[in-house]
Write a protein that binds this ligand. Structure first.
Ligand code: AMP
Ligand code: MG
Length: 488
């Protein structure tokens, strides 16, 4: 276990050519204080969790003190935003402090989001508001708890700085972590600038750093692209299965490691609705829930195009197909698991689709319907509480009869299946109103206890936790719906 000063940095990105980044120091804000620290993330970099009790902790993670061995920089990238290429993006407010290597040899980027202006800030102020850091902090850990690949977060630090969005809000910084923050857009910027030498340097870097098994492989760039396609397909299948929308699937928000990255106006669906758009600024629904798999395809094609100087035309064409096949197969597998099915039978896809259609027509609660299916019994006509979610009772009964038949066809054992389903279908997800109440307490009273409570809960979303049933409920009817936009 290290102290803050003992963290072992190896800043590989900082050793890339200068055109890849801007060296820049974070801009601290006055009187920083710790909002929350995540012991699970501290463990990944072997940081002693007691370090969070030192006053220096907040100073290090609001940029007021430099971590020994760190070499802060803002990464360059570009990307397609809502389908349009934007040639100059880059980290406008997230500064890579450095990469920490743990004793297992894993490296973790420490990125401080909200750390002030960089060359890539465009019209932004380089800051993040407490509200958005809490949303990113909690959702990253919620996704991790659900087994979905994601960036992680170590801590939130706030201070005496007001940040203007639609209104004045407290500013904050989030320390997020990932093995790499390289994005599809990191490749696109060099392709569209015609800097193909840098493109090759970046591809070699990513292989060496994150896909070392490809180092000496023939056609390694094509293999890299295909592995990214596979990882992206798996990630998006997992989003769909858990009913989650990212909200801003621009190519600059797509990780080269297939991690969920850049949490903004995301949302877990409550009432099931395929056209669900969580981002209030997404007027045409480009990034609606049901479009995510197609957008993944679009984005892989964009990456393939950016890598085209390094690969054969045929590999460019197969990458999106590899993505699609992986995504569809994994989705089918995950949905079968959500129904507690072990075998693959003809008609399984239809059983799933028919349930989703029923849920759609009743606007049934996505998470709770799947969770309640575990109560389903084969011998009796007991459908558990699932039926309560449906307006069209008879249609549900018909579906339930087919489900019962299907369970019988694979000789499913109720008790064993129930345990399995409860490890697949979460009881707790980060509902918007739950995040919102943590945000309100934090903003209004500097009371951060709800953040920690949610962090704890979402760490293990599958296990019943006593006294936490209120956290499984959708917002009370009539309560104001929470609008989330790109404002962060
Ligand atoms: P996002 O929509 O958060 O993925 O950000 C898109 C681009 O805008 C990225 O280049 C960000 O670094 C930059 N950006 C977003 N918000 C800010 C901000 N408040 N200040 C500076 N740059 C920002
Ligand atoms: Mg982004």
């Amino acid at each position: 276990m290290s102290t803050l000063e003992q963290l072992s940095f190896d800043n590989t990105y900082a050793r890339l050519p200068e055109g890849f980044f801007q060296r820049v120091q974070p801009t601290p804000f006055p009187n920083p204080h710790l909002v929350s620290v995540n012991p699970a993330a501290a463990k990944l970099i072997e940081l002693d969790p007691r370090e969070a009790k030192r006053p220096e902790f907040a100073e290090y993670f609001c940029g007021a003190r430099a971590l020994p061995g760190s070499d802060p920089l803002a990464m360059l990238y570009s990307g397609h935003q809502f389908g349009h290429y934007v040639p100059q993006l880059g980290d406008g407010r997230a500064i890579l402090l450095g990469e920490v290597r743990n004793t297992k040899g894993e490296t973790w980027d420490l990125q401080l989001k909200g750390a002030g202006l960089t060359r890539f800030s465009r019209d932004g102020d380089g800051r993040a508001v407490l509200r958005s850091t809490i949303r990113e902090y909690l959702c990253g850990e919620a996704m991790h708890g659900l087994g979905i690949p994601t960036t992680r977060s170590l801590c939130i630090v706030s201070g005496e700085e007001v940040v203007w969005r639609e209104r004045p809000e407290p500013g904050a910084m989030l320390l997020r972590m990932a093995p790499s923050h390289v994005r599809f857009g990191s490749f696109e910027v060099f392709f569209y600038r015609g800097q193909h030498e840098n493109l090759k340097i970046l591809a070699d870097y990513v292989i060496q750093h994150d896909y070392p098994h490809l180092t000496d492989v023939e056609n390694r760039y094509a293999k890299l692209l295909h592995e990214v396609a596979v990882r992206t397909g798996i990630m998006i299948a997992q989003w769909q299965a858990v009913g989650w929308s990212h909200g801003v699937m621009n190519t600059d928000n797509m990780s080269i490691l297939g991690l969920t990255i850049d949490y903004g106006p995301y949302g877990f669906m409550e009432q099931f609705h395929p056209g669900f758009v969580c981002n209030h600024s997404d007027h045409h629904g480009r990034y609606s829930f049901q479009h995510q798999p197609d957008i993944g395809y679009w984005n892989i094609r964009a990456l393939a195009k950016a890598m085209s100087p390094l690969i054969e035309q045929s590999d460019m064409q197969t990458a999106p197909e590899v993505y699609e096949q992986t995504m569809l197969e994994r989705y089918a597998q995950l949905m079968r698991a959500k129904l507690g099915l072990l075998e693959v039978h003809a008609g399984d896809d239809k059983l799933v689709t028919d349930l989703l259609n029923l849920m759609d027509s009743s606007r049934a609660e996505y998470t709770n319907v799947f969770r309640s299916l575990a109560e389903f019994q084969q011998a009796s006509a007991n459908d558990g509480s699932a039926k309560d979610h449906f307006l069209h009772r008879e249609a549900f009964d018909d579906w339930a009869a087919r489900y019962r038949e299907r369970l019988k066809a694979e000789k499913s054992q109720d008790t064993e299946r129930q345990a399995r389903m409860n490890r697949t279908n979460p009881k707790y997800v980060l509902r918007n109103h739950l995040a919102q109440s943590a945000i309100e307490q934090a903003t209004r009273d500097k009371d951060y206890s709800e953040i920690d409570r949610l962090l704890n809960l979402l760490n293990d979303p599958f296990t019943n936790q006593p006294g936490m049933d209120a956290y499984t409920l959708p917002p009370a009817p009539g309560s104001e719906s929470i609008i989330v936009s790109c404002s962060s």
